[in-house]
Design a protein around this ligand. Structure first.
Ligand code: ZN
Length: 227
């Protein structure tokens, strides 16, 4: 959801294009979004070392097979204790966010996002709509129809500010995370960044959210879409 601490602006904005997003969809509805992190799920501090002792990228000192995704990108080790403690609405749980993107699940309930022949349903901030030209990147997963209606109903004053899209093409683009640089004796953090999978910097990022590029979409009237 919006306002994640991992949402620091990209230092390579020209490289990655414009980031679009959604507003906080449900903080006023007492629904805890599926991708929201709980206070019992804070990431464990995990020492990062140079991969294979070489300056070719980062790795964990104690490696596990599931630390990396199919692109070989290193991910934060998220603790999964959904429902433990308090919801932290501004924080995103990296595993659930990634799951929603990879499987096109609703970011609010975790069920399948609404999908028709016209595409998958995404709710975006209307202010970001002007950024939508050829296709843009986002860390905010799609939504299902009931959650979309519930979110808009809960905050009617925000209704004009939301735009519903039917997206036909959504492909993994890169990750948002913490960028490291080589140093002795261990790599050091540089900044939070959006890093495309094709970037030479990808071996040096500790990923926390999956970025999708969405394109080939149609603006739709949410009021005309009935669950
Ligand atoms: Zn939903």
């Amino acid at each position: 959801m919006g306002g994640s601490s991992a949402h620091a602006r990209s230092s390579g904005r020209a490289e990655v294009g414009s980031r679009i997003g959604t507003r906080e969809l449900t903080s006023q509805t007492n629904l805890v979004p599926f991708i929201a992190r709980w206070s019992g799920e804070r990431n464990l501090p995990m020492p990062v070392v140079a991969r294979g002792g070489q300056w070719t990228g980062i790795a964990y000192a104690d490696r596990r097979a599931f630390d990396r995704d199919a692109n070989g990108v290193l991910w934060v080790r998220a603790v999964s204790r959904q429902g433990m403690g308090r919801p932290e609405y501004g924080k995103v749980h990296s595993q659930r966010q990634r799951l929603c993107m990879e499987r096109l699940l609703c970011q609010i309930c975790g069920g399948p996002a609404d999908r028709t022949a016209e595409g998958t349903l995404w709710l975006i901030d209307a202010h970001a709509r002007s950024l939508l030209l050829m296709g843009e990147i986002t860390t905010h997963p799609p939504v299902c129809l009931p959650c979309a209606h519930r979110s808009v109903r809960a905050c009617p004053h925000l209704r004009p500010e939301w735009v519903a899209l039917r997206v036909r093409t959504a492909i993994p683009y890169g990750v948002n995370g913490i960028l490291y640089q080589p140093a002795d004796p261990a790599p050091v953090t540089v900044t939070a960044a959006d890093v495309p999978f094709h970037s030479a910097r990808i071996p040096w990022v500790l990923a926390s959210q999956l970025i999708m590029r969405i394109s080939d979409f149609t603006v739709v009237n949410l009021e005309e879409l009935q669950p």
